[in-house]
Design a protein around this ligand. Structure first.
Ligand SMILES: Cc1cc2nc3c(=O)[nH]c(=O)nc-3n(C[C@H](O)[C@H](O)[C@H](O)COP(=O)(O)OP(=O)(O)OC[C@H]3O[C@@H](n4cnc5c(N)ncnc54)[C@H](O)[C@@H]3O)c2cc1C
Length: 500
């Protein structure tokens, strides 16, 4: 428990996977720095990082079709897929380091090997998938990817999806066995358990209400202890705003120029979950389809095997919803409260521009359960309503900002790191590709905010993340070596052997 007023080196706001990752990196790089965490909830990893609030995909662009687009000349642009895959390799290496050093244990409780597949229907989509496969499969990062449009093979890969399919529409899939399912909630808790043993002062039930610059250049946080309602003040040289959906309002309170002209639009997610062991046993993959025309990229439908608390289940979705809250546990006034004189025109411009998103969200909100079952039956023709229930996932706050390419009020689908010019404060906004790329994003923050230390930290970073600063695509031997060693340290090789 914190005193009523403290001075510390680093404050992390929020106990999600992002703060957990930054705290873990910092404690390895500069163990002597004092780190304090404030989390408004009673536990770590309860908002977007919770296992039921996200899909648990170890995003590495093995199956997500929105990371590869078709160019005007018909060729496939794989640059984004390469970038995301490279970023996921950094996460795998850091998690392996944590396991190997005994800082976290039982990797099977947070990561499992799972084939990643893409599935498409219709002639044009099959042509697209084939071209995508050809563009990716020769790249070392995507080694082992297979393509098939042959019904027998598809039945072997996807029995639940192929059974009872009567349409003679062309259908095709790709499969790659090196994918993963990640329980980010468990991982977050493991990292915070480790941080507790490293003298990190973790304060649950403490909500940060205000952030101000002091005359001596530090940041002062006004924090409410929710157990007794008392106000505390804490100062730090460096603050990370890792509040997930709650980051934007906190960033706005800092008043830094970089916080202006940015808005946020919340999109909530729903999944359908199946726990019927007979159905669950017939599927073993993450299968990503194509987003419907006019639907935003985060709405790509997928059918996933999940491993949570040693139990297998199936997840289908996401369906989008609308709530003005920025966090699941947020307030109905979050969206309205985020509109400020400096971002009102940005927000209005986005509203005018994004009519198709508004229309899509209205349609999604109006969906009945049977309509959702119809969407599911495009994946599983024989799906029975009684086997599936709805779970409400996390809130994503999509960033809206003015960009050169998109103009005023452009909706962003990725993550955005916002830092003060002097590097004394950083915030993470947006949700995609999210938790999978936490290590890459936190390394970016370390580089931007601690330029005076990054050189001296480099040897330790390389010990933790051997490919730091290198492209693995251009170093295929190192990639193979790291794949083998991270597979072994994360317990993936032995699980992989059991499933084939
Ligand atoms: C539907 C959905 C599906 C997703 N699927 C995937 C996926 O398959 N793979 C993937 O990699 N990523 C996925 N993501 C994204 C991923 O979940 C997030 O990127 C990641 O969890 C964000 O972590 P975080 O630490 O920034 O935020 P969070 O986990 O939300 O943590 C923020 C914490 O800050 C606390 N907080 C907020 N405001 C305050 C305050 N004022 N004071 C104190 N504490 C505060 C909150 O209570 C919370 O605990 C998905 C997200 C959603 C919503």
């Amino acid at each position: 428990m914190s005193n009523n007023s403290t001075k510390t080196d680093v404050i992390l706001i929020g106990a999600g996977v992002m703060s957990a990752t930054l705290g873990s990196l910092l404690k390895e790089l500069v163990p002597e720095w004092k780190v304090t965490v404030f989390e408004k909830l009673a536990k770590a990893g309860e908002e977007s990082s919770n296992e039921w609030n996200n899909a648990g995909t170890g995003h590495s662009a093995l199956c997500e079709l929105n990371y590869t687009s078709e160019k005007a000349d018909g060729s496939i642009d794989i640059s984004k897929a390469i970038q995301i895959n490279e970023q996921f390799q950094l996460s795998r290496q850091f998690w392996s380091y944590l396991v190997d050093s005994g800082l976290i244990r039982n990797p099977q409780d947070f990561i499992m090997p799972l084939p990643h597949m893409s599935l498409v229907m219709g002639e044009d989509n099959v042509t697209f998938l084939k071209k995508r496969f050809e563009a990716l499969s020769n790249n070392p990062l995507f080694k082992g990817m297979e393509f098939s449009e042959e019904p027998g093979k598809m039945m072997e890969w996807l029995p639940l999806i192929m059974e009872g399919r009567t349409s003679d529409e062309p259908i095709a899939a790709t499969k790659i066995d090196s994918g993963t399912d990640v329980n980010f909630g468990a991982l977050t808790n493991m990292m915070f358990d480790n941080l507790k043993t490293k003298n990190v002062d973790i304060n649950y039930n403490h909500t940060v209400e205000d952030i101000k610059r002091t005359s001596d250049g530090l940041w002062e946080l006004k924090v409410r202890d929710l157990d007794n309602g008392k106000i505390e003040y804490h100062t730090a040289k460096f603050v990370f705003i890792g509040g997930g959906g709650g980051s934007l309002p906190l960033l706005q309170k800092t008043g830094i120029p970089e916080s202006k002209h940015i808005g946020g639009f919340p999109v909530s997610g729903l999944f359908m979950v199946c726990n019927n062991p007979e159905v669950v046993a017939q599927h073993h993959a993450k299968v990503y389809g194509k987003a419907k025309v006019g639907a935003p990229p985060m709405s790509v439908p997928h059918l996933d095997t999940r491993f949570i608390d040693n139990k297998k289940s199936l997840l289908f979705g996401p369906f989008a919803g609308f709530s003005p809250k920025f966090l699941k546990t947020g307030s109905m006034f979050d969206l309205l409260g985020s509109v400020k004189p400096n971002n009102v025109f940005t927000m209005l411009a986005a509203g005018a521009k994004e009519m198709s998103l508004t229309k899509y969200l209205i349609q999604q909100v109006m969906l009945s359960n049977e309509k959702r079952m119809d969407d599911l039956r495009e994946f599983i023709p024989n799906a029975k309503t009684e086997d599936w229930e709805i779970v409400v996932a996390g809130q994503r706050v999509q960033v809206i900002k003015d960009t050169e390419a998109g103009g005023k009020g452009t909706l962003q689908f990725g993550t955005e790191v916002v830092t003060a010019e002097d590097g004394s404060i950083a915030a993470l906004l947006g949700a995609s590709p999210g938790a999978s790329t936490a290590v890459h994003v936190m390394l970016e923050i370390l580089t931007k905010c601690f330029p005076e230390h990054i050189k001296e930290w480099e040897p330790k970073i390389k010990e933790m993340i051997p490919s730091y600063g290198l492209s693995l695509m251009d170093n295929p031997e190192l990639l193979d070596e790291l794949h083998a060693s991270t597979d072994q340290k994360l317990g993936l090789s032995e699980k992989y052997a059991q499933q084939v």
